[in-house]
Design a protein around this ligand. Structure first.
Ligand code: DX5
Ligand code: ZN
Length: 224
């Protein structure tokens, strides 16, 4: 299956109605991926679901899965999400014992390998390892909850990643997650993001297809 071109819009089902997941997934068929937030109430102070639920989402979703693991000990748990067929699995740099070894395992299973950083986490140590990852997720809120305000102070870090990635010819997607909507997506695109997670801005819209199309158009008009 060919991968969707940038800019990619990945609605976060954290903002969906959890007891109507099948219908909610059907509503985002025009998106590029479905962003699936796994939280363990340990790495973040919130709890969502684990592999059993993700396996059902994988079986039901009209678009491929972009799994975001906000969990401790991803070295132990992340490969299971790749094994159930998720197209992309992203774990947190702050939580991983050996991020490069884990990314290699995820790729070996057949998934794209992503690494995420919280707003306060530095990315410079990743520059020489960009080729080990398929996606870098720059969190634009503190992970744990949907509906928070976008943190513009994360943009210089994203810009440095985009510039380094271009300079090194790395084939890595740059994703932003948190507070992304019609009013913030342009600045994230200008700073170098090509893959955009949006929860409330998509599921809170009266016309979901229109919201996805609008976000994609704005991002495309403000490419780095
Ligand atoms: C937050 C999650 C996000 C969240 C984004 O920890 O990782 O994916 O769902 O929600 P919005 O777009 O509402 O900020
Ligand atoms: Zn997320």
């Amino acid at each position: 299956m060919p991968l969707p071109d940038a800019p990619r819009i990945n609605p976060s089902i954290l903002a969906a109605d959890f007891v109507n997941m099948q219908a909610e997934l059907a509503r985002i068929a025009s998106a590029d991926f479905v962003h699936v937030d796994v939280m363990d109430n340990h790495f973040v102070p919130n709890l969502t679901f684990g592999p059993q639920m993700v396996e059902r989402i994988q079986a039901t979703s009209p678009v491929p899965l972009d799994v975001h693991l906000m969990i401790s000990d991803p070295d132990r748990w992340a490969p299971g999400y790749a094994e159930l067929g998720a197209a992309s699995v992203t774990f947190h740099l702050e939580a991983a014992a050996d991020a490069i070894a884990l990314a290699r395992r995820l790729r070996g299973i057949g998934s794209r390998a992503g690494v995420a950083v919280k707003p306060g986490t530095d990315v410079d140590g990743l520059f020489e390892h960009l080729h080990e990852f398929d996606q870098i997720l720059v969190m634009t809120v503190e992970p744990g909850f949907g509906g928070q305000g976008f943190m513009p102070e994360t943009m210089p870090k994203l810009r440095r990643l985009a510039d380094e990635s271009r300079r090194r010819g790395a084939d890595v997607w740059l994703q932003v997650d948190g507070g992304i909507g019609a009013d913030t997506i342009a600045q994230a695109a200008e700073a170098g993001a090509d893959t955009f997670v949006a929860g409330s801005a998509v599921f809170g819209a009266s016309d979901i297809d229109e919201a996805i199309r609008g976000l994609r158009q704005t991002a495309a008009a403000h490419r780095h």
